[in-house]
Design a protein around this ligand. Structure first.
Ligand code: ADP
Ligand code: MG
Length: 322
């Protein structure tokens, strides 16, 4: 590595370390952190590639925001509190204004969650951002995909489908201000971090919806070896998404679009009936929309029913890279 690359790392990817559990941050061959005895460490990585995970013209601020949030969403899915990240970035060129905007937004989000950037890698190549996020959870209290049981109720946070409508709007240049909230959700997903931290008191099973509800709930069912019955009329849709289908789709909701495209970054989790009231209260306290969308069954199948109690089948289950 030459001096200009060290300068670049120092200028854009070195923030003051505010956590006292960081023993060694950027500057050595490895970073080092300490983990309390009563906690377990959770580690996740996600890559965002220009043209694959975001349209080429996405702003550096939105890219920085989303690159962190998709990782925090994975930590939230398991009930972990985010603590540290590393950043591996590949840049086509050194564009100071792009780097300034990216770095500032990165710092804002990291500060908001008290996360320290403790290392990374900087290379030249097509724009790609890989973040590894690490978080802590009380020992034995992680939320897992393999813990659903028949009879559990299935819940989702927030609303589904905004990001895919936002993407459709950007790619087709719809230029409709009523769809701006969807574009915002596409670029600025909100990982349900604080809700998930408290959910660990009541739930044992969760996943984040990143590839579409059908695929992600499917992962829970596969891991837990059970089935589910989902009531489509209970799927939470924002006013903007309802407007989109009303205005651009003859007022017919395109369920495959809403449920198999992804980028929602909401949580899907299961609850024993007795814990429902406490979790509903928790969501209310956090002003987070919460919807019960169905129930875990023994069948081994994921069945979705529309308002007329007709079963709806999904041929494509989720976003696939290959
Ligand atoms: P090495 O050659 O030992 O792998 P590098 O020369 O790649 O280390 O990086 C030097 C230091 O700068 C390391 O401590 C590394 O963690 C840090 N670093 C490199 N790129 C980044 C980045 N994008 N963000 C944060 N830290 C980085
Ligand atoms: Mg080294």
């Amino acid at each position: 590595m030459n001096n200009s690359e060290f300068d670049l790392i120092k200028k854009y990817f070195t923030f003051p370390v505010t956590r006292d559990d960081v023993l060694i941050a950027s500057g050595d061959d490895c970073a080092s952190v300490s983990v309390p005895d009563d906690k377990q460490l959770l580690i996740t990585t996600d890559t965002l590639i220009a043209g694959v995970h975001f349209p080429e013209k996405t702003s550096p601020e939105d890219i920085a925001y989303k690159a962190i949030m998709v990782n925090l969403s994975d930590l939230a899915a398991m009930g972990a509190t985010p603590s540290w990240i590393t950043l591996a970035i590949s840049l086509p060129a050194i564009d100071q204004s792009w780097l300034t905007a990216f770095s500032q937004q990165l710092h804002i989000v990291l500060s908001r969650f008290n996360i320290s950037l403790i290392g990374g890698d900087t290379t030249r190549g097509p724009l790609s951002i890989t973040i590894q996020a690490m978080g802590l959870c009380d020992k034995g209290k992680v939320l897992r995909r393999d813990k659903a049981r028949p009879g559990d109720k299935i819940y989702v946070t927030g609303e589904l489908g905004d990001a895919v409508v936002g993407l459709h709007s950007v790619l087709n240049e719809l230029d409709d201000t009523a769809l701006l909230p969807c574009i915002h959700r596409l670029n600025r997903p909100e990982a349900r971090v604080s809700f998930a931290e408290q959910l660990t008191d009541y739930s044992v099973c969760a996943i984040d919806v990143s590839d579409g509800l059908i695929a992600d709930l499917g992962h829970i069912l596969e891991a837990s070896q059970c089935g589910a019955s989902v009531d489509l009329s209970a799927i939470p849709l924002s006013l903007s998404v309802q407007y989109f289908f009303w205005n651009y789709h003859n007022n017919v909701i395109d369920w495959p679009m809403v449920l198999t495209q992804g980028d929602d970054y909401e949580l899907c989790f299961t609850l024993d009936e007795k814990n429902q009231a406490a979790v509903i209260a928790l969501a209310e306290q956090q002003q987070l929309r919460l919807s019960c969308i169905g129930e875990i069954t023994e069948s081994g199948e994921l069945l979705c029913f529309d308002e007329a109690q007709q079963a709806i089948h999904f041929s494509e289950t989720g976003f696939k890279h290959f």
